[in-house]
Design a protein around this ligand. Structure first.
Ligand code: PLP
Length: 285
């Protein structure tokens, strides 16, 4: 039996959930989305994710066509209908059915889709051993081309970077902005630790305003660490004492090698492990 998918107001069987070939989400990657975790039946940082979705939509002049509360209710209904205890929600809003032209305003109502499913995680051993990463050749989309806060349906930039990771047999890639500063990984935010302090690129450097990033910054500060958002260079990564990535799927995962340079002693560092544990407890509390 397949999943129950919420689509435009009703729960339908997976096989019945369909998108038109004239939907601008398909034709142009015109739309926005969220990826949200469910821990023990609770939707993690639900309001923050919903706010980000509506802000992304506003930035691209996309009218979701429903208020936040009914969308949250529909999301909860979808999680329950699929009996998801620990899983992942994909909430998508497409521009809707238009024609072959670019004009988004000929599209009818926005298409709203909610998928609640089990989650594919990094294998547990990755958390023990840490990830190797390389610097991507694919440059992060210029913030003036598309604000990095917009979690849009067009991930081609990130996909090209991910292909580089796969080609090189590493877990992730670091993406740089057109000025050469670190932006983020292809699907995660990045932090380094140097002399006991945490540093992460500012959003303006071309990073998604990650919800996990925000939670980790809060938890780190509560634990007494200084966290500074500032531009980071490749050199900063190479000499970091520790490095980790944050994201909805990965949570907090250590990076142990960057472009062939070993980070710290080649294992996830003490601060990384502490914050991973704190995040784990916070998410499941
Ligand atoms: C490009 C990109 N950066 C960062 C993140 C991490 O954001 P979050 O912690 O909200 O999942 C994601 C994941 O959604 C992403 O796709």
């Amino acid at each position: 039996m397949g999943l129950k998918i919420w689509q435009n107001g009703e729960l339908v069987d997976e096989a019945q959930a369909k998108v038109s070939v004239f939907d601008h989400g398909l034709l142009y990657g015109d739309g926005v989305f969220e990826g949200i975790r469910v821990y023990s039946g609770n939707i993690f940082e639900f309001e923050a994710h919903i706010d980000r979705l509506y802000e992304s939509a506003k930035a691209i002049r996309l009218d979701i066509g429903m208020d936040k509360r009914p969308l949250m209710d529909a999301t909860e209904e979808t999680v329950k209908a699929n009996e998801i205890e620990d899983g992942y929600i994909r909430l998508l809003v497409t521009r809707g059915v238009g024609d072959l032209g670019l004009n988004p305003f000929v599209c009818g109502k926005a298409g709203v889709i909610i998928i609640a499913a089990n989650i594919q995680l990094y294998p547990e051993e990755f958390y023990e051993t840490g990830l190797k990463v390389i610097s991507a050749n694919a440059v992060r989309t210029h913030p003036l081309t598309l604000p990095p806060q917009v979690k849009s349906l067009n991930y081609l930039n990130n996909i090209l970077a991910k292909i580089e990771a796969i080609d090189h047999g590493v877990g992730e890639v670091v993406m740089y902005n057109p000025q050469g500063y670190v932006a983020e990984a292809s699907g995660d935010n990045i932090f380094i630790i140097r002399k006991g302090e945490l540093f992460t690129p500012p959003i303006q450097a071309g990073a998604l305003d990650g919800i996990t990033r925000q939670v980790v910054m809060k938890l780190a500060r509560e634990s007494g660490y200084t966290v500074t958002e500032r531009n980071l260079t490749k050199f900063d990564l190479y000499i970091a004492d520790e490095c980790f990535l944050t994201g909805t799927a990965a949570e907090v995962i250590g990076v142990v090698e960057i472009d062939g340079r070993i980070v710290g002693d080649g294992k996830p560092g003490a601060v990384t492990k502490e914050l991973r544990k704190k995040f784990f407890e916070y998410a499941r509390s």
